[in-house]
Design a protein around this ligand. Structure first.
Ligand code: NAP
Length: 259
């Protein structure tokens, strides 16, 4: 399907690997010129080169911490005007609800709520002026069903979800569609590190821990960055113009609900 976004310009945050990279690859395949970001210079530079070579688009890497004002300023300077924004950052560490301090909550809220809000505040007004834009916030299935050990993530991402619910309706009239894309379990380094935690806590091998989590998913497999990227690119397409303020769950059917 032609997504109708060839030649658009997009920013994908936290994109040297995993879900962010999946989104960057799929947008590049659709012909979008990109700025991509992550903290480790060598990784983001290599990823940008690989994506540019594979898809024949311009990909500018910016090594910066997207959760800081300074990092975001550098990324935004490289971007200039954007038609498409994909917000993302590393997830907070697992833990116990009794142990998290105010500072832990502030860090998680900065990373997984306020950095996305700041990026939207910076880029969406320009999209509105030009009459077209797409924003996809990578959140988590944890906004639909909490993951107990990821209370910091549950908290911060639910805050972002509430913000998007309101603002997406305020900008849709100017041709800007803002939605959230909720990963269930996808095969990335983040999933490996959570599986390693489960293995340690339950005295299992990594393979056993993975098999145990896979058995909770109706598809019997984890999702992939490619699955995730394809959905993200569709949400950024011309065809998605009527999808506004939604929380699209991509979890292989793991959340057992009727709607
Ligand atoms: P991943 O494979 O570990 O990749 C994380 C990417 O983000 C890397 O490119 C990393 O590069 C970059 N990054 C991390 N912190 C950053 C920061 N502060 N500023 C800029 N870049 C940063 O993780 P993932 O699985 O793709 O997960 C992406 C997001 O989805 C996370 O928030 C995660 O919690 C959430 N999520 C994932 C799953 C899943 O199953 N994979 C499920 C639910 C939610 P550098 O380290 O070099 O910066």
């Amino acid at each position: 399907m032609d997504l109708g976004i060839k030649g658009k310009r997009g920013l994908v945050c936290a994109a040297s690997k995993g879900l962010g990279r999946g989104c960057a690859e799929a947008l590049a395949e659709a012909g979008v010129n990109l700025v991509i970001n992550s903290r480790t210079e060598a990784d983001i530079t290599r990823t940008a080169r690989e994506i540019a070579e594979r898809h024949g688009v311009e990909v500018i890497p910016v090594a910066a911490d997207i959760t800081t004002d300074e990092g975001r300023a550098r990324v935004l300077e490289a971007m200039g005007d954007a038609d498409i924004l994909v917000t993302n950052a590393g997830g907070p560490p697992p833990g116990n609800w009794q142990d998290w301090s105010r500072e832990d909550f502030i860090r998680a809220i900065d990373a997984n709520m306020l950095s996305a809000v700041a990026l939207m505040q910076a880029l969406v007004p320009g999209m509105m002026d030009r009459g077209w834009g797409r924003v996809v916030n990578i959140t988590s299935g944890s906004v639909r069903a909490p993951i107990s050990v990821l209370g910091l993530s549950n908290t911060a991402r639910t805050g972002l979800t509430g913000f998007v619910a309101g603002m997406s309706r305020q900008v849709a009239g100017k041709g800007v569609c803002v939605n959230n894309l909720l990963p269930g379990i996808h095969a990335t380094d983040r999933a490996d590190s959570l599986d390693t935690g489960v293995a340690k806590a339950q005295g299992l091998t990594l393979e056993e821990a993975r098999a145990q989590r896979q058995a909770t998913i109706p598809t019997g497999t984890y999702g992939t960055p490619e699955d995730f990227g394809a959905t993200c690119a569709f949400l950024c397409s011309q065809q998605a113009r009527f999808i506004v303020g939604q929380n699209v769950l991509l979890d292989g059917g793991a959340l057992n609900v009727t709607i």
